[in-house]
Write a protein that binds this ligand. Structure first.
Ligand code: UDX
Length: 437
């Protein structure tokens, strides 16, 4: 099947490359000519494990093409995916649909025959209805319909998530759209992935509900971690003890410095806006957002407290800046408020991240950046782990202890354990692992 993908950001590029890998003929379209040129030369705009080789292999086989020309890119396509950005709109937190509507308007003008327009971008409930109207207004060929097919990809594991999904959700209002999407995802049914057909508005809501629920699990366990610190309990045992109950499930119960990234913060806010517009309260989601904002804001105080009450004049090593491991994405990363506040408190910062340092430099101009973890830790009063990169797990704690001025680890991801740190002569503060006075 011929498929066009408008938008070669994170979602569009991963989805386009994976669909091509299933044997479909995919053209990825983007307005950014530099990006398209780079992609044609095998240079990726983002850092995602396995993406480069997947793109290159499918380009070589002639199944994956890149273009800046929309008319050429959608030529002969049966399905046109829209995977452009839907950032949070400044001021009200609503999803900004400017790029989506712009793409739809342009698409309507260049289509020569009916297609199924599929929204992959995360769009608020009712966007499919609006796109349907817009296509008609702009004179799209009769028979062009709109379906919703949200993505559930995690950065850092996106290719695996696309190819072995827990489920595929398709929201459609007509049989043709259902048929086309069934055909597109046929290779996945062979992997037994359930395909759930719903109404279009329901499908749009499922994406937000899924992200809000996962954000809720994280905020829940983060508050439990706080309680564990007060009552001398271990949050990992709590997580395991509740997670073994199938009704709860073991995933997304890892405490941390608060969730970040391009989805949870933005989508929870957009969901609240949708609910407010509909005149319906969403008290749980509202509280989840508040808990997370407070959590991120409190991490600098946690470090200052561990340093005896003040970070002034202290040198603090930061291990990890990305919002989670295996990505160079800094969007809404907990490291940003942490480092900013520590600098405001009068600390100096020496940071290290395996891949996100380039993106972080612009956001954290007051910080110094080291070439590796040991370089960051040199002469530091405290070492703060902010991202759970695997490469941090096996670091030599004795080496840290020798080169640091202070002997303190504040582990905001619980990648180390107290016994190992203490054996190396470091004092250790994790999250929710027993009493913190
Ligand atoms: C998320 C969803 O998982 C994905 O389905 C959706 O399509 C997009 O948003 P992503 O933002 O890439 O994906 O990352 P994810 O792995 O879900 O992590 C989100 C945030 O939650 C990170 O900051 C992570 O560190 C944090 N997190 C996750 C925790 O603090 N604890 C956990 O147990 C899990």
């Amino acid at each position: 099947m011929r498929i066009a993908m408008i938008g070669t950001g994170y979602v569009g590029l991963v989805s386009g490359a994976c669909l091509a890998d299933f044997g479909h003929e995919v053209t990825c379209i983007d307005k950014d000519s530099k990006k398209i040129e780079a992609l044609k030369n095998g240079i990726m705009p983002i850092w995602e494990p396995g993406l480069e080789s997947l793109v290159k292999a499918n380009v070589e086989r002639g199944r994956l093409n890149f273009t800046t020309d929309l008319a050429e890119g959608v030529q002969g396509a049966e399905a046109v995916f829209i995977a452009v950005g839907t950032p949070a709109r400044r001021g009200d937190g609503h999803a900004d649909l400017t790029y989506v509507f712009e793409a739809v308007r342009e698409l309507a003008k260049v289509l020569k025959g009916p297609v199924v327009v599929v929204t992959k971008s995360t769009v608020p409930v009712g966007t499919g209805d609006r796109i349907t109207e817009l296509l008609a207004e702009e004179g799209a060929p009769a028979g062009t319909t709109v379906a919703s097919n949200p993505e559930f990809l995690r950065e850092g594991a996106a290719i695996r998530d696309f190819k072995i999904p827990d489920r595929i959700v398709v929201g459609a209002e007509d049989e043709r759209a259902r048929e086309v999407l069934r055909e597109i995802y046929r290779p996945l049914f062979l992997n037994q992935a359930p395909l759930l057909f719903t109404g279009r508005r329901t499908s749009e809501l499922i994406k937000y509900a899924a992200n809000a629920f996962l954000a809720m699990k994280i905020s829940f366990i983060n508050e439990m971690a706080n309680l564990c610190e007060a009552v001398d309990a271990d949050v990992h045992d709590v997580a395991r003890g509740i997670g073994l109950d199938n009704r709860i499930g073991p995933k997304f119960l890892h405490p941390g410095p608060g969730y970040g990234g391009s989805c949870f913060p933005k989508d929870t806010l957009a969901l609240l806006q949708t609910a407010a517009d509909a005149g319906v309260e969403q008290r749980i989601v509202k509280t989840v957002v508040e808990v997370n904002d407070d959590r991120k804001a409190s991490m600098a105080d946690r470090v200052a407290k561990a340093l005896g009450g003040s970070a002034k004049g202290k040198r603090i090593a930061i291990l990890g800046l990305a919002f989670k491991q295996n990505t160079d994405d800094m969007r809404d990363a907990p490291s940003i408020p942490l480092v900013t506040k520590l600098l405001e408190m009068g600390a100096s910062i020496s940071a290290y991240d395996p891949v996100a340092a380039g993106n972080a430099r612009k956001l954290l101009p007051g910080a110094e950046f080291a070439k590796d973890a040991y370089g960051a830790a040199k002469d530091a009063d405290a070492l703060v782990v902010v991202t759970e990169w695997d490469e941090f797990r096996g670091l030599d704690l004795d080496r840290f202890a020798k080169s640091m001025r202070g002997k303190l680890i504040v582990d905001l991801r619980n990648v180390y354990n107290r016994a190992d740190a203490e054996e190396a002569g470091l004092s250790y503060i994790g999250l929710g692992r027993g009493r913190i006075d």
